[in-house]
Design a protein around this ligand. Structure first.
Ligand code: WT7
Length: 638
């Protein structure tokens, strides 16, 4: 690709150009893509206005760039390489032609269900090629996809379906991960029992398990596509037309639908993939994320395909059938770029070096990390054992809202420092602010991480609630995008991400709002009130510690029963992934006279910091702190 940077000097030059002449910088990159009609302006608006628009008046379809554009030269090259959950089952390979044909066919099938441009389609699917095909098919016909991670509960799925007012849900009979199967279709049925929006449910057969298929509503994928043509011209989309909604957690109880659009997202996903991973033609690239998260959208599907890459998709989990599975797959498919999360690295580290060293990993060229800060020990192990001290590590900082990687080394070109994401991608201008919104200009400082100028794949809105988008990201520090993260900048200008400064916790790279978990726990019979905080966890990065106040009705129950009830409430409203690691039953929470919970104290208790609580004079009842401490000392961590 013509926008691929090949040296650190070129990186510095590109960054400089992106600051001096941003429009020209982005115009050149955007023009390497196929536009059905050219855009008339690069960027309109700024953070202070209601909306920022990129590549206005341009007509484009991201799938024309991810598929059609490669057909003349890469028709028979592998687009998607799929590794099943069970290593004894066969791998599937889809060439660019096959992926394009199947996308078009499924696009036509969706049209036959009445799906039109702008309609929302929810995908609740396992990690199969059909998931990628369904994503691309939506984009192809101008429908808006909203992928919901298949580990979410029926309730969480229902909330997202309702918020998006989805017309169609695509799912599978069951999902397989390790030895477990999950009843996806049954979960969808429970989620849409009272839905007034969903007209059809499309079901991919994965395990062949029996499913309830109510006539007129549910249809199997293979029956639906039968007879449909493999020709489906890409719908011409305005650059700013919606491509997808992806729900993520914020500081309130209700997840927000982050909106991305065809033009800007395409340009940024394609550009960053090529540069961060230094992908070269013929390479095999593997990102272990799930398509249910933004990483899977940008760096399993869109980024790689926009670059004509071979992208590996894995259905299973890192520890099945044994903790060598990742490395076995790397060796089997001669993976060149490998992109995973610190939590996976830490859990595999615990299995020792043998499962790694048993496999030939000489094909690896670049290693990536994403989702949470990577601690030095995990960084070193990744570097020394997996990468054999040969492979650069790109620690990529970004968010669902940013659409693509914002701060990261470029594989092999940039200086690297353990636990540091490093320098910004050209086009991105990070700044550190103090709590008053004043920029801290010097180095060797810590502050609130903000972005000073718009970039093409920035969040456009939170679906159905633009006010919330403005208030969360653009109003806190006028003229800036506020990330919600705190960061340090070292003497060389390299960034180290410290973590969230808001009420968002990051468990194994998954984001949850503390309020979201609290409202789930408060549904438990007998629970009056709860407060949830994160605490440092060896494998997950952060664990969840819940403080729960019970009422008199619960007196006849055992602690185990109460705990189970609270866990079940979380499983019911969110899913197993959000279950607290510890539940501490308390008689009161540390509240100020104005009724606000002093979370600082709860965080200290959860961290096992039992002494210096700072000023507690504003607490209504300062003795409550001693009770919290003695309760915490008795807790066993699971
Ligand atoms: C939050 C965003 C971006 C894809 C996965 C997560 C944390 C992300 C890093 C990193 C330190 C990181 C931040 C961010 N985060 N990458 N390399 N180093 N922290 O997307 O669910 O939107 O979460 O994840 O706290 O704000 P997300």
């Amino acid at each position: 690709m013509s926008f691929q940077i090949r040296s650190f000097e070129a990186y510095q030059k590109a960054w400089g150009k992106s600051q001096d002449t941003p429009d020209e910088f982005w115009r050149d990159i955007a023009n390497t893509f196929d536009w059905m009609e050219p855009f008339s302006s690069v960027k309109t608006g700024n953070f202070q206005e209601e909306h920022v628009r990129w590549f206005e008046d341009g007509k484009v379809n991201i799938t024309a760039n991810a598929l059609d554009r490669h057909l003349p030269t890469k028709a028979h090259e592998t687009a998607i390489l799929w590794e099943p959950n069970d290593p004894n089952e066969s791998t599937r390979k889809l060439s660019y032609t096959e992926l394009s044909d199947q996308t078009c066919q499924f696009g036509n099938a969706l049209k036959s269900l009445g799906v039109k441009k702008g309609d929302r389609v929810v995908l609740y699917m396992p990690m199969t090629p059909e998931l990628a095909i369904a994503v691309l098919a939506c984009a192809r016909i101008g429908a808006v996809h909203s992928v919901v991670f298949a580990g979410f509960s029926a309730q969480a799925l229902a909330d997202r379906i309702e918020d998006a007012q989805a017309k169609v849900v695509i799912t599978a009979d069951e999902g397989r991960r390790g030895i477990k199967t999950t009843p996806l279709k049954a979960t969808v049925d429970a989620a849409i029992a009272n839905s007034t929006f969903v007209e059809s449910v499309v079901v991919q057969k994965v395990t062949g398990a029996d499913c309830q298929m109510e006539s007129g509503k549910s249809i199997y994928w293979h029956d639906l596509i039968a007879g449909h043509s493999t020709i489906c011209p890409p719908e011409p989309m305005d650059s700013e037309d919606l491509l997808f909604i992806l729900y993520t957690s914020g500081s309130t109880g209700k997840p927000k639908g982050v909106v991305h659009v065809h033009g800007g997202y395409m340009v940024y996903a394609g550009y960053t993939f090529s540069n961060v991973f230094q992908y070269e033609p013929g390479d095999v690239y593997w990102c272990t994320a799930d398509v249910g998260w933004i990483t899977g959208h940008s760096y399993i599907i869109y980024g790689p395909l926009l670059n004509g890459a071979t992208t590996l998709m894995f259905e299973g989990i890192p520890t099945y059938p044994d903790p060598g599975r990742f490395w076995e797959i790397c060796a089997k498919h001669q993976v060149n770029q490998f992109y995973t999360a610190p939590t996976a690295i830490r859990s595999l580290m615990a299995a020792g070096t043998e499962p790694v060293l048993r496999h030939d990993l000489s094909s690896l060229k670049v290693l990536g990390s994403v989702g949470e800060p990577i601690n030095e020990e995990a960084w070193q192990w990744y570097h020394d054992i997996v990468g054999q001290k040969r492979c650069p590590i790109v620690d990529t900082w970004w968010q669902t809202e940013t659409g693509g990687i914002m701060i990261s080394g470029l594989g092999g070109l940039s200086p690297q420092k353990p636990a540091h994401a490093g320098y910004p991608i050209p086009g991105i201008h990070p700044v550190l602010l103090d709590p008053n919104g004043q920029e801290i200009k010097e180095n060797n400082v810590e502050g609130l991480l903000c972005i000073a100028h718009p970039w093409p794949s920035m969040i456009r809105t939170t679906y159905g609630d633009h006010e919330r988008c403005r208030n969360t990201y653009f109003n806190p520090f006028p003229g800036h995008y506020f990330t919600g993260d705190g960061a340090k900048r070292d003497e060389h200008g390299m960034y180290r991400i410290i973590g969230r400064v808001d009420d968002v916790i990051n468990v194994s790279g998954h984001r949850f709002g503390t309020a979201e978990i609290e409202s789930a726990i408060n549904e438990t019979a007998g629970a009056i009130e709860s407060a949830v905080v994160g605490f440092p966890h060896d494998i997950k990065g952060q664990g969840i510690h819940a403080f729960v106040i019970l009422d008199a009705k619960s007196i006849h129950l055992t602690v185990d029963q109460l705990e189970q009830a609270a866990q079940n409430a979380v499983i019911h409203s969110i899913g197993k992934i959000a279950c607290p690691d510890r539940i501490q039953f308390v008689t009161s929470l540390p509240k100020t006279r104005s009724g606000k919970i002093m979370r600082r104290i709860l965080r200290k208790v959860a961290e096992g910091e039992f002494e210096s609580f700072g000023d507690t004079s504003t607490l209504l009842d300062p003795t409550c702190v001693d009770l919290l401490v003695s309760g915490a000392k008795q807790l066993k961590t699971k």
